[in-house]
Structure formats: structure tokens, C-alpha cells
Design a protein around this ligand. Structure first.
Ligand code: PLP
Length: 398
């Protein structure tokens, strides 16, 4: 048998999780919907129920071929052993936190973490007796080591950080965590496939598959991938215990999206780099927060650990421009929608200044921030649109 893990990214996306011989030769797995699964006899039903841990059609919550195909593609792309599909990207953040933390434990979170993850720590986890400390995302091995207590069981990472794009030294953080017996969880939504989590010391990789995997801004779904049987057992017990489930329709759409994700990512990365380079030369812009840009914040670690980039990045305008002027800027854009989320085929622009919470270290930004997502439009049209927006920004300031 060929070792499929050695295949290229796009080959994996095309060939993993296919229907095989089971479905009359159709290329794709079937969309199986259902809760109840019927058996001819009581004995056969009981025998199936006793075969724990296997992929069996016993009840809808356990998933079906549609879920399993998606699980296999994600696990292969992430480079792990097993993947669990959950109902949203946020559930992919919260479910492993619940799986790997217990009352009395301590959790370390980067200060740049996705906002709703922070809210979950400060509300639900706190209520269940888990204490969270926020750390400087650009921390080094010695300093994170100093923050790890005897009851620290989870060191969480997200690289680059939400809205502010700090790149974390994940291998160094993982070394410090593992030396003290803590698990490393990572939100790898931005790095998708360009960052191989398990080769860099991560134990649990989180994907908001809502973003590039679905690719069409029409599905909410999340994935959690692990790389050992023991971690799978912990994760799976919590996934099932919480009744976590994603509809087969959404799994099917995500699987369909993933077949073309390789070409979308490549195109969107190229377009985003072109736009980022153009913005960097603009007098209105103080800095472009895109780790793949030479000289940008986090570029050295990005170059060491990532094989590519996605099409989400930030722009810091010069401090003389007000937050209100950046609102006028995004409202003047015709091709960029104003909205949350990213990873779809369409471009988006979002002022993010008010969304940056910091408790470990003051944010370094002096000017207002806007986050851009570059879609599949023609890049010349996007640049012309931004040029029009920048004129409105300048006129507003006058
Ligand atoms: C969008 C996002 C999530 C949450 O995904 P949803 O499907 O919207 O719940 C988690 N982490 C990151 C980094 C995200 O961008």
C-alpha cells in the first residue's frame, strides 16, 4: 500500500475520503441523513452497540459515511491520526478545552487569542474552577516556562493572533509545555496546511472549517484533530458527552469545498500578497500586518515554520487617521463586504480597533486597524477599489 501521508496537499484533497467501491462507483461519498438506524434483530443491534470505538452506524450522533469522509480529509491535511467534527469553529475551540481541563487546573492563553475563546475562559471555564492566565503571544521558551504552574494542563496557541497577527514560536512554547507535562492546543485556522501542527509540537489542532475548507461563506463547522490514541479518547469522550454534532449536509458541503481548497488558497495567497505589497507603499499606511511580507511583524518565525500564507491580514493606518475615517474607508469600498468571518470566495474589510483586548501586554498599535480578507476577485479590481477607499479616507481627515 502507498503511504498516502507522503502525497502532496492537493493530491490528498482530491483522493482522501472518497466513496471507494461502496457506492456504486460514484466519486463522492453519499449524503446520509438520519437519526434512527434499524436492525433486523435485537441481537444484531446489541452486538453493534458493544463494538465501542469503531465507526459504526448505530445512531445518527455517532456520524455516518459523510462525517467520516470529512474527518479523514481533515486529519490527513493536518497530519494527525483522528479528527472530530463539531458544530462550529468556536465549538472546535471550546470542546478540547473542556476535554483537557478539569476543575482546579490552570490554562495559559495568548493575549491575541480569538475573542470568543477569551470570553469562554473568563465565563464558563472560570465558573467550573479553571483559572486562565493570558500571556504575551510573542513570548519565548524561558518566559512561558516561568508561567507554567504545577496545575497548568493546557497551553493554548493561535498563530498568527486574531486581528493583530503576532506569529508565535510554537515549537519553543511546546518544548516548555511538554517539559512540564502540559498539552499544547492550537487554533490553526489561519495556518491551514501551511503550518503542520504535529510536526511543531502541537497535541490538538483546531480548525474553524467555516473559513477556507467550506470556502463559500455558507456553512458553520469546526474540526479538532489529535495525533495519539490517548488524546483521541479524551477528546472523543467529551465530543460525544456534549452531544456535539454537525449536520451531514454541512459536512458534505465542507467536503465539496475542500476538493478545490488547494487552488483557492494558492490564488488567494497570491492576490493577498499583491494587495499587501501595494498597501505597504501607500502613504496612508503605517504597516501591513501580514507575516509573509518580508520585514513584517513575525516574518522570521513565519518563514521558519510556515510553507505559505492565507489571505487574511491587517492594516495599521498612520496615527493621524481617526477610527471614524477608517469606517468611511471601508464603507466606500464596493467590492469588499463589511462583515465578520473570512476564507470565503469574496473579499471583506472590517475595522478592528475596538476588538483588540489586551491584559498581558499593551497593544503596540498607535493607528487605527482594519482587517482585510482577499477573495477570488481580479486583484486589479480590488486594488482600484482600495484606491477609491483611500481617497475617501484622506478626504475625511481633511
Ligand atoms: C472564525 C474563527 C473561529 C470560530 O469559527 P466559527 O465557525 O465562526 O465559530 C475560531 N478561531 C478563529 C481564528 C476564527 O477566525
Amino acid at each position: 500500500m502507498t503511504d498516502t501521508s507522503k502525497r502532496g496537499f492537493r493530491t490528498k484533497l482530491s483522493h482522501t475520503g472518497r466513496a471507494g467501491k461502496r457506492v456504486h462507483g460514484f466519486v463522492n461519498p453519499p449524503l446520509l441523513r438520519g437519526s434512527t438506524v434499524l436492525y433486523p434483530t435485537v441481537a444484531e443491534r446489541r452486538a453493534m452497540g458493544a463494538r465501542r470505538g469503531e465507526r459504526l452506524l448505530t445512531y445518527g450522533l455517532g456520524g455516518s459515511e459523510t462525517h467520516w469522509a470529512l474527518e479523514d480529509v481533515i486529519a490527513e491535511v493536518e497530519g494527525g491520526t483522528r479528527c472530530a467534527i463539531v458544530c462550529s469553529g468556536l465549538a472546535a475551540v471550546t470542546t478540547p478545552l473542556l476535554a483537557f481541563l478539569k476543575s482546579g487546573d490552570h490554562c495559559l492563553m495568548p493575549d491575541s487569542v480569538y475573542g470568543p475563546a477569551r470570553s469562554f475562559c473568563d465565563s464558563v471555564l472560570r465558573r467550573f474552577g479553571v483559572e486562565t492566565t493570558y500571556y504575551d503571544p510573542e513570548i519565548d521558551e524561558a518566559r512561558i516556562g516561568d508561567l507554567i504552574q504545577s496545575n497548568t494542563t493546557v497551553v493554548y496557541t493561535e498563530s498568527p493572533g486574531s486581528h493583530t497577527f503576532e506569529v508565535q514560536d510554537v515549537p519553543a512554547i511546546a518544548r516548555a509545555a511538554h517539559a512540564r507535562g502540559a498539552k499544547v492546543l492550537m487554533d490553526n485556522t489561519w495556518g491551514i496546511h501551511h503550518f503542520q501542527p504535529f510536526l511543531h509540537g502541537v497535541d490538538v489542532s483546531i480548525q474553524a472549517a467555516t473559513k477556507y475548507p467550506t470556502g463559500h461563506s455558507d456553512v458553520l463547522i469546526g474540526c479538532v484533530t489529535v495525533n495519539s490514541d490517548a488524546d483521541w479518547h479524551k477528546l472523543h469522550t467529551t465530543v460525544r458527552g456534549l452531544g456535539q454534532y454537525a449536520s451531514p449536509d454541512d459536512c458534505w458541503l465542507t467536503l465539496r469545498g475542500m476538493r478545490t481548497m488547494g487552488v483557492r488558497l494558492a490564488q488567494q495567497m497570491d492576490s493577498a500578497m499583491e494587495v499587501a505589497h501595494w498597501l505597504r507603499r501607500r502613504p496612508e499606511v503605517k504597516q501591513v500586518l501580514h507575516p509573509a511580507l518580508p520585514g513584517a511583524l513575525g516574518h522570521a518565525i513565519w518563514k521558519r515554520d510556515f510553507t505559505g500564507a492565507c489571505s487574511l491580514f491587517g492594516v495599521e493606518f498612520r496615527p493621524e487617521y481617526s477610527v471614524a475615517s477608517t469606517h468611511a474607508f471601508v464603507e466606500a469600498l464596493e467590492l469588499f463586504g463589511i462583515g465578520a468571518s473570512w476564507g470565503g470566495f469574496e473579499s471583506l474589510a472590517l475595522p478592528t480597533t475596538g476588538f483588540v483586548t489586551r491584559t498581558a501586554r499593551a497593544a503596540k498599535f498607535e493607528g487605527p486597524l482594519v482587517r482585510l480578507h482577499i477573495g477570488l476577485e481580479d486583484v486589479d479590481d480590488l486594488i482600484a477599489d482600495l484606491e477609491r477607499g483611500l481617497k475617501v479616507l484622506r478626504d475625511f481627515a481633511r
